[in-house]
Design a protein around this ligand. Sequence first.
Ligand SMILES: O=C(CO)[C@@H](O)[C@H](O)COP(=O)(O)O
Ligand SMILES: [Fe+2]
Length: 228
Amino acid sequence: MAVQINPSILSADFSRLAEEAKAVEGADWLHVDVMDNHFVPNLTLGVPIVESLSRATDIPLDCHLMIEDADRWAPQYVEAGARSVTFHAEACAAPVRTAREIRAKGARASMALKPATPIEPYEDLLPELDMLLIMTVEPGFGGQAFLDIMLPKIRRTRELISKHGLELWLQVDGGVSASTIERCAEAGADVFVAGSAVYGTDDPAAAVRMLRNQATETTATAGWACGH
Ligand SMILES: O=C(CO)[C@@H](O)[C@H](O)COP(=O)(O)O
Ligand SMILES: [Fe+2]
């Protein structure tokens, strides 16, 4: 029953991605932010770099697609080596079909919600997913301040997961750091993405360990049970 810490390479040095992956050995997943300059006002990387990175590291890749036309692209990221693929609800025309395609190709299927997107309309879809990502900043950039106003949504999502008895992981992404991770864990998150709080330090592996300890301690005393 362990929490998971996923460093985001958005805050790493893009010219040394393989080394930056080694710098966080012990992390559960490597979080890869794919941005297309349409869904979000920023541009990062695509399928060829995910392919190369998946060959360069043993840490499984958790691809967060901040791109339009997610239905078309999500399966291609599984083929590129991603073990988990997250599409945005706001960018996906057929989330059930897309989630099933991701799973059929052998990866974990995940859906993300921007801060203004409520969870309630998606309650019936949750069994189709392996993870739900609640954005705790507006997507597009690393290093933004954590949005406390997302805590009630995390709490409501955890309640829905419990109500339906699902094995769904609940990920938070954006502004997660030593000063915010406990609030997220207390509200019900069990998978934590951290970019600047990991790669912005001198010792990224130590930052991962510290975040893990904090989240684990909080989870142990929180009123909900971590599902993995
Ligand atoms: O998806 C995103 C941003 O859109 C994130 O994954 C960021 O990379 C998180 O960076 P920090 O807020 O942790 O610095
Ligand atoms: Fe992300």
